[in-house]
Design a binder for this molecule. Structure first.
Ligand code: ADP
Ligand code: MG
Length: 439
């Protein structure tokens, strides 16, 4: 095929893929190229490792369907960084394990009074790790941008110094790897992995709460890195002294450097964030609609994005222009009617149907993934769509206590923000729940 022809076909495939999955469409799709198209395989070139990972995780399905629809043939799709092959292999090895989200950069982070200190200290640390604020400790409620900033620091530090060894993981992951190392009798391996890095970034350290042995291990890791002048960055949902049952010596170390709080964003910051998120998806959104969303959703930026996604999804399914009326309809359907009538039973019914499990399973003690995940999703949706307390939700789902429900809500909330498939699923379930005829 002539190059020109291949490019035209690819342009059509790209347009179709965007239409098939608007939630995962990004403005930088414009930079994608076709590396190879023939014999039933399409290889797409992307600018870097982070975008490749995003595409492989989120877009394979929509691109495959789009390619099949446009060409009329079975086509397999893959994504690769557009570089010479030798370079490609090297960069893959270097980046392995450091799974950075391409959306979570400093450029895409909107700064306002609520997060200025956190953002500025993250930039300072990324420019000169180990030399400014050490440790850097960010804290704030869920959905206010802690994880976003941690990704941004890592991307920036990696760009500045290719050779820097960075470990970035959630505290839950740190604890699980520690436990596995003990079980496998490979503590030395674990320790060398964490004590020899240039930068250690751990998200959600409140997870150390009540885990004494992990705290002990973390204490020694901290000391080794700190005394070698290596950078440590931590995040949590509360300041060091407020994390329940955290050892005094850890609290004091976490306070050695800079502790930066992130507050809920002001109205102006919320408007700017909505505009930024729309721009990132290649959407233009008028001020009136951005302001409408910012007035409706206050406390949590994840929910702001959810509102934008809902509006966008309604517009693509109905083929309408995004107007203020459409935005009102889309959000009122989701938020207001939800708060008025929905019961946990409505939610459980939609969730059990979707996953093909029984309510009795959700209420049972079973902990297999195929039951636990629907149960957690049920808890998350009940928390967001009804006014029931954590205790009531736990009570309805097999007499579980409020910490279990809270853990489930955090976990699913996190998954929603970093896994677009979960995002789509939750929106879809929410739509079914809010649109179901009320009893
Ligand atoms: P946290 O880790 O504090 O719970 P996240 O970092 O996961 O919050 O942020 C939730 C969502 O909100 C992410 O999609 C993130 O990109 C977005 N977000 C948070 N703060 C900002 C900001 N200041 N500018 C742009 N997006 C933001
Ligand atoms: Mg987070």
């Amino acid at each position: 095929m002539a190059t020109r022809e291949v490019e035209n076909i690819f342009a059509d495939i790209l347009e179709r893929a965007k239409a098939l999955d608007p939630v995962n469409t990004r403005k930088w799709f414009e930079k994608l190229t076709v590396l190879h198209l023939s014999g039933g395989s399409l290889e797409i070139g992307c600018p870097d490792e982070a975008t490749r990972q995003f595409l492989r995780d989120n877009c394979k399905n929509s691109f495959t369907r789009a390619a099949q629809q446009i060409t009329g043939h079975l086509v397999t799709v893959d994504f690769n960084v557009e570089q010479r092959k030798g370079l490609l292999r090297r960069s893959r090895r270097r980046e392995s394990g450091l799974n950075l989200h391409p959306d979570y950069t400093f450029d895409n982070f909107v700064v306002g009074p609520s997060n200025r200190l956190a953002q500025a200290s993250c930039i300072a640390v990324s420019q000169s790790p180990g030399n400014t604020y050490n440790p850097l400790f960010l804290y704030g409620n869920s959905g206010l941008g802690k994880t976003h900033l941690l990704h941004a620091v890592c991307s920036e530090a990696k760009q500045k110094s290719d050779k820097a060894v960075i470990q970035f993981l959630s505290c839950e992951n740190f604890v699980n790897r520690f436990i596995r190392a003990i079980e496998e009798g490979n503590l030395a391996g674990f320790q060398s992995q964490f004590r020899t890095v240039d930068m250690l970034v751990i998200d959600d350290v409140q997870f150390l709460s009540e885990r004494e042995q992990s705290q002990e291990e973390f204490f020694h890791t901290f000391n080794t890195l700190y005394s070698n002048g290596k950078q440590i960055i931590l995040s949590a949902d509360s300041p060091p002294g407020k994390i329940p049952s955290l050892e005094e010596r850890l609290i004091s170390r976490f306070n050695w450097g800079l502790v930066a709080r992130i507050d809920p964003p002001s109205y102006e910051t919320r408007v700017a964030i909505i505009q930024k998120k729309a721009h990132l998806r290649g959407l233009s959104i008028c001020d009136e609609i951005a302001e409408y969303i910012a007035r409706k959703v206050h406390a949590n930026i994840r929910e702001l994005e959810g509102a934008l996604t809902t509006i966008y999804a309604v517009a693509t399914t109905t083929g309408e222009q995004i107007t203020i009326e459409l935005a009102q309809r889309a959000l009122e359907g989701q938020i207001e009617s939800a708060a008025r009538h929905i019961s946990i039973t409505d939610i459980a019914e939609v969730v059990t149907n979707h996953f093909d499990v029984r309510l009795a399973d959700l209420q049972s003690k079973k902990r297999s993934q195929s039951i636990a995940e629907p149960r957690q999703i049920c808890m998350y949706l009940a928390r967001n769509l009804t006014k029931h307390s954590l205790e009531e939700i736990g009570g309805h789902l097999g007499g579980r206590d409020h910490t279990t429900v809270m853990h489930a809500c955090n976990k699913i909330g996190e998954a929603k923000s970093c896994d677009p498939q979960m995002h789509t699923l939750l929106n879809e379930l929410t739509k079914q729940i809010t649109q179901a005829p009320q009893a």
